[in-house]
Design a protein around this ligand. Sequence first.
Ligand SMILES: *[C@@H]1O[C@H](CO)[C@@H](O)[C@H](O)[C@H]1NC(C)=O
Ligand SMILES: *[C@@H]1O[C@H](CO)[C@@H](O)[C@H](O)[C@H]1NC(C)=O
Ligand SMILES: *[C@@H]1O[C@H](CO)[C@@H](O)[C@H](O)[C@H]1NC(C)=O
Length: 273
Amino acid sequence: MGKSNLILQGLLVLVSFICIVHTTKVIYDGSNIPKHHKVIEANYTPRGEEYQIGNLTVYETPNRSAKRVLIHIYDILGMSTNIRQVADSISQIHDFRVVIPRIFREEYWNAENFPIAEQEEVDAWVEEYASWDGVARFDVMTIINHFKTTENITEFGIFGMCYGALISTMAAMEVRDIKAAGFVHPTYVTTEMANGVLAPMYILPTSNDPDYLPFYEILKTKFGDNCGHRRFTDMVHAFSGAGGDFSNPLIQQRVEEVVDILGLFFNRNLNNS
Ligand SMILES: *[C@@H]1O[C@H](CO)[C@@H](O)[C@H](O)[C@H]1NC(C)=O
Ligand SMILES: *[C@@H]1O[C@H](CO)[C@@H](O)[C@H](O)[C@H]1NC(C)=O
Ligand SMILES: *[C@@H]1O[C@H](CO)[C@@H](O)[C@H](O)[C@H]1NC(C)=O
């Protein structure tokens, strides 16, 4: 087994360990979600390309004909194949340009930083290299300004997983250009943050994430039906991110549901003309 696999596994164990096990029972119902035959593949090759915007490298999905952009914020393990497969799938099925910023500048692969033994070290690393105030807000604004000025695009959404959930929530609180936001298996996102959210959100926690129903209740007071919550009771934290086993048929199906739930939600909130 390769070193990076061991690092991945170590982090997954850590992430699972630090998650608060919660017992709220919300029955998961995927019956109203459209089915696409075999969208998520086990051995995937990303189809998009990377390019520079100022000091930021971004990955963008291949089809650039849509008039709306989703910013996808990766998890703590950075620019993985899984993260890009989710981006490519949402782009292709639901007709968005999806852009993933390399917020971490690949510092996260530094052997001195990983594997990380303690949650406090992960937190300190995020704070130093990838915080909203220090780094990520500027990167999100860089992408928005780029598409506004060079492509005349004004329709923006954002979504993320784990660490990316925090950045997506902060963007929904502070960036007026963001018209809708979403997250899957969040970390660092608190109920209080919902009070500051300005854009409709769809939130997708898993069985061992904290209870996000209080967050959702606050969203509903602001956006009524134009927001959503679904807990994947048969999935655990990180299933749709870097460490997810995309060769497992049940996980494939659940990731496809993530793609469709978020795709349909963003489609409702972002114009494509
Ligand atoms: C990117 O450039 C901007 C503007 O010069 C700077 O404020 C920011 O700190 C830079 N970000 C990184 C991660 O180097
Ligand atoms: C790109 O997306 C558009 C819809 O925005 C679609 O009509 C077109 O067929 C797609 N092109 C390719 C090469 O898939
Ligand atoms: C940009 O979009 C606006 C609104 O859709 C339109 O009025 C304007 O002509 C566009 N500008 C360019 C350069 O395409």
